[in-house]
Design a binder for this molecule. Structure first.
Ligand code: PHB
Length: 360
């Protein structure tokens, strides 16, 4: 019998009923306190037939914010809002992990407490723009975290992980991808430190491993995933030797026996950029646990990836924006709704909870 998207799988502590994962998707529709609200409960409830939902990135502290309208996981109001989301997903028999997010330099003083500078491994300004209340503003040169401040951020991740546990999630994903703080430490285009958090592969990986260790203390490794994006240039990211770096990161994560490693093959919003040389097959071989992949997969290419062993789980992002019942549509071979890019970020129910299911 071939293994496909509908073959159940043991992932850490959980048996998933299918291998169709809802990828983390920033949608910028939290309330004024960055807490999930009724609209968000309905959105996740609609998508609960996924084998696993990974929530949109949720900032671990006030200093971790990078976008307006994104949810957090540092206040009691946010925990209460998320509790309603997890309850709704569980009522439909679903599983949901929260994605722990720190944006680092991809932020702006206007959205940070006391107009503080965004933080980063090194004082290197990203090319690009923050979306602030007064419109787009160029990124600023961030504050280089001291060793003591790095320990403080790791403690913030641990506290946020505890909050996620209180909010009823089934696990957490550490966001190490897409040019945000952890990725800024990993790649040498944004990390030029000369201390134990910069330079060698071991040193650039240290921040991720510190956070992973702290989060596992709260959750146990079998309920923690990590997300990486080896070739994504989004947020002005680059590395001189991505294959060496990410093979090293995968090997460094092996001893933890995580619930999964989630690798997005996504190479940014701008498809005109050439993709750097990179072998995801080699990365997958370097990793010894459950491997989730993502990045433009279709029903057919996802089934091929699973049946050939290239991946154990497939996370679908864009398809989940427009198809709340993606699992049922795949099962029925039904046509898919087209997503509307103009309603991805911010706004209300339009383009968020009003995509039709087969059954309504
Ligand atoms: C985005 O806003 O485009 C975005 C946010 C978080 C990600 C990736 C992309 O991890």
């Amino acid at each position: 019998m071939t293994t496909d998207l509908f073959t159940p799988i043991q992932m850490g502590r959980y048996t998933l009923r299918n291998r169709i994962v809802m990828a983390p998707l920033t949608r910028c529709r939290a309330d004024a306190n960055n807490a999930p609200q009724a609209l968000n409960v309905e959105y996740y409830r609609q998508r609960a037939s996924a084998g696993l939902i990974i929530s949109e990135g949720s900032q671990i502290s006030l200093s971790a914010v990078g976008y307006l309208g994104t949810p957090g996981i540092y206040s009691d109001a946010q925990v209460a809002g998320w509790q309603k989301v997890t309850d709704a997903v569980h009522q439909r028999g679903g599983l949901i992990f929260l994605q722990l997010w720190h944006c680092g330099r991809v932020s702006h003083p206007s959205m940070l407490p006391g107009q503080q500078l965004p933080v980063a491994p090194s004082a290197i300004c990203a090319q690009g723009y923050a979306h602030t209340v007064t419109g787009t503003q160029a990124f600023v040169t961030p504050h280089e975290l001291s060793i003591a401040e790095i320990a403080g951020v790791v403690a913030d991740f641990a506290k946020a992980a505890e909050n996620a546990l209180r909010a009823g999630f089934d696990g957490v994903e550490i966001h190490g991808a897409n040019g945000y703080l952890i990725d800024q430490f990993l790649r040498d285009g944004s990390n030029q430190r000369r201390d134990e958090y910069g330079g060698s592969l071991e040193n650039r990986t240290r921040f991720l491993l510190d956070i992973t260790t702290a989060v596992i203390k709260v959750w146990g490794a079998d309920r923690v995933g990590v997300r990486l994006s080896p070739i994504n240039p989004f947020n002005d990211m680059r590395d001189s030797h991505p294959q060496n770096l990410f093979d090293h990161v995968a090997q460094a994560l092996n001893p933890f026996h995580l619930a999964y490693l989630h690798v997005t093959e996504w190479a940014g919003h701008d498809d005109s950029q050439p993709r750097p040389e990179f072998s995801f097959t080699q990365l997958r071989a370097a990793y010894r646990g459950t491997y989730m992949t993502n990045g433009g997969y279709t029903f057919d290419s996802a089934n091929t990836a699973i049946s050939t062993g290239a991946a154990d789980l497939i996370a679908f992002g864009t398809l989940y924006i427009a198809n709340p019942d993606l699992v049922e549509r795949f099962a029925a071979g039904a046509p898919l709704n087209e997503p509307d890019g103009s309603t991805y970020y911010g706004g209300n129910a339009a383009g968020y909870t009003d995509y039709p299911s087969l059954k309504n």
